[in-house]
Design a protein around this ligand. Sequence first.
Ligand code: AHM
Ligand code: MG
Length: 345
Amino acid sequence: MEAKTSSRKNPGIITIERHILHEQESFPDATGALTQILYSLALAGKLIASRTTRAGLADILGSAGEENIQGEEVQKLDIYANRTIVQLNNHTGRLAVMASEEEKDIIPIPDRHPTGKYVLLFDPLDGSSNIDYNVSVGTIFAIYRRKSASGRGTLEDVLQKGADVVAGGYMVYGSSTMLVYSTGNGVNGFTLDPNIGEFLLSHENIRLPEPGKYYSANQGYTKYWTEGIQRYTRWLQGEEGAPRSLSLRYIGSMVSDIHRTLLSGGVFYYPSDTRDPKKPHGKLRLLYEAVPMAYIIEQAGGYGSTGRGSILDVQPTDLHQRTPLFLGNKDLVEKAEEFIAEYDD
Ligand code: AHM
Ligand code: MG
């Protein structure tokens, strides 16, 4: 029988709590604060998962802004996910400040609560427009050390390069709920066992398989793409002198598209296009989507690029700035950079 890959082997029962505590041991100065933030994100994931699996029932039980049968106000799922993460983290004394894709400004820690040394950035429910079609959605997060010395955190604490991420990952609410995270020591995946309410280690030390299997992009926008991106896409399809062709998969829900890319190998890209000349930077947000996912992909042996250099080297200047994004196996992402350099620059 063929041996299973390391990312699939069953290592016995390891809960996420045990795993995070074990990771903490490799940081001798650790106070446990990072461990607790990760643990509260896992709890947020369980709460959000229990709502997303009931998403279709909103029509029966009441829609956003209305009261449901029990007289409770029904929240839109992305608002619920945002509040859940904020409320689980704003009183703990572990964070200096937060920022969310759902909120225009930074999220300060309320004056009545103490502050801490970390900064949390998150997209509470990415792909939420897909919920109506029963497509998997996800939560994305990245944690940094604060830059300011003390007190309430500032914008400067939030606008940090991806190269300074201390921990990052995502939860995907799919046929099962998974949490995938890294603290800079490789990538591990946990599957929620709904019977016991625990995330259990199911994908140990995930590495992108070689060669990558699928390419993933919204080809409906091909006519808006630059020549370099159009030629790159044809190269992935086996033209332009390519040695082989890849299959196409595109869900349109970033967490799911990248989760598949992580496990199967391949490349996901959302390039800039000419649809809106005022926004030549693509759709995806640097801080909440691109950086955390690039961090995970790189921790698993891949590469994350803007098409012109590493995503993790970009110095953010705006909370909600967008970026072109190429993520996946190194050779496939570097090939995109080559096409862009040759035909677009
Ligand atoms: P959102 O943050 O509004 O949910 O949008 C982000 C989503 C990603 O999950 C996905 O990769 C992308 O939008 C899909 O965009 P498109 O429909 O243009 O292909
Ligand atoms: Mg999003």
